[in-house]
Design a protein around this ligand. Structure first.
Ligand SMILES: [Fe+2]
Ligand SMILES: [Fe+2]
Length: 209
């Protein structure tokens, strides 16, 4: 099974109707899941992409051959900021304070650890192996499952979520482009290890729900 298929199956198993019901229904899903998702969109979405931009600037050819990657990453950062604001605005509409400057979601330390694990690499394709080509795919599946669950009660909110999930294809594309252009065969083992570690950690988080 590919990572993509494994992630789909894990998300369907753990980020499921059963979990959403346990939270207390559609409104509870919005109130509980949206604030930390807003945090993730902002920090886990933007900081690794920003790091890649810096690494591509230093190690690549930002004004000519790698311009497509620069533009892809800038678009990703713009999208993630938008996603974060959408989640935080929706949370606030449902009465949960979610100011992105001041909020500290539950498990803040753990979320920071996850962000560091995605950001702190010296090569842009190492970041991609643990980010766009791994946990970001999982995050999109999670957003789709939330959309499916809340749709009957809150169709407008579900539409926002589906639009967010549909941006993810572009982000995965940016990550693939980086891997294709920057990685060499001697990097493959390390990239595989990074992807495996990220997958195992993300699955553990889902399983603990
Ligand atoms: Fe996003
Ligand atoms: Fe994304």
């Amino acid at each position: 099974m590919s990572y993509r298929e494994k992630m789909r199956a894990d998300v369907d198993t753990y980020y499921s109707t059963e979990y959403f019901e346990r939270l207390g229904g559609p409104e509870a899903v919005i109130r509980v899941e949206f604030p930390h998702t807003a945090w993730r969109e902002l920090f886990i979405g933007c900081l690794p992409a920003n790091r890649q931009l810096h690494l591509v600037y230093e190690q690549g050819d930002p004004y000519f051959d790698d311009r497509d990657i620069v533009i892809g990453l800038l678009k990703q950062i713009r999208d993630e900021v938008k996603h974060a604001r959408e989640f935080s605005n929706l949370a606030e509409q449902f009465g949960v304070p979610c100011d992105l400057v001041h909020m500290e979601p539950e498990n803040h330390e753990k979320l920071i650890e996850q962000t560091r694990a995605a950001v702190e690499w010296e090569k842009p394709h190492y970041v991609a192996a643990g980010f766009q080509c791994s946990t970001e795919i999982m995050a999109a599946f999670m957003i789709e499952n939330m959309a499916d669950y809340i749709e009957p009660e809150y169709p407008d909110v579900a539409t926002v979520l589906r639009d967010i999930a549909s941006d993810e294809g572009d982000h995965v594309h940016a990550g693939r482009l980086i891997i294709k252009r920057f990685s060499a065969p001697e990097d493959f083992e390390q990239m595989e290890q990074i992807a495996e570690n990220k997958y195992t950690a993300a699955k553990a988080v889902l399983k603990a729900l």
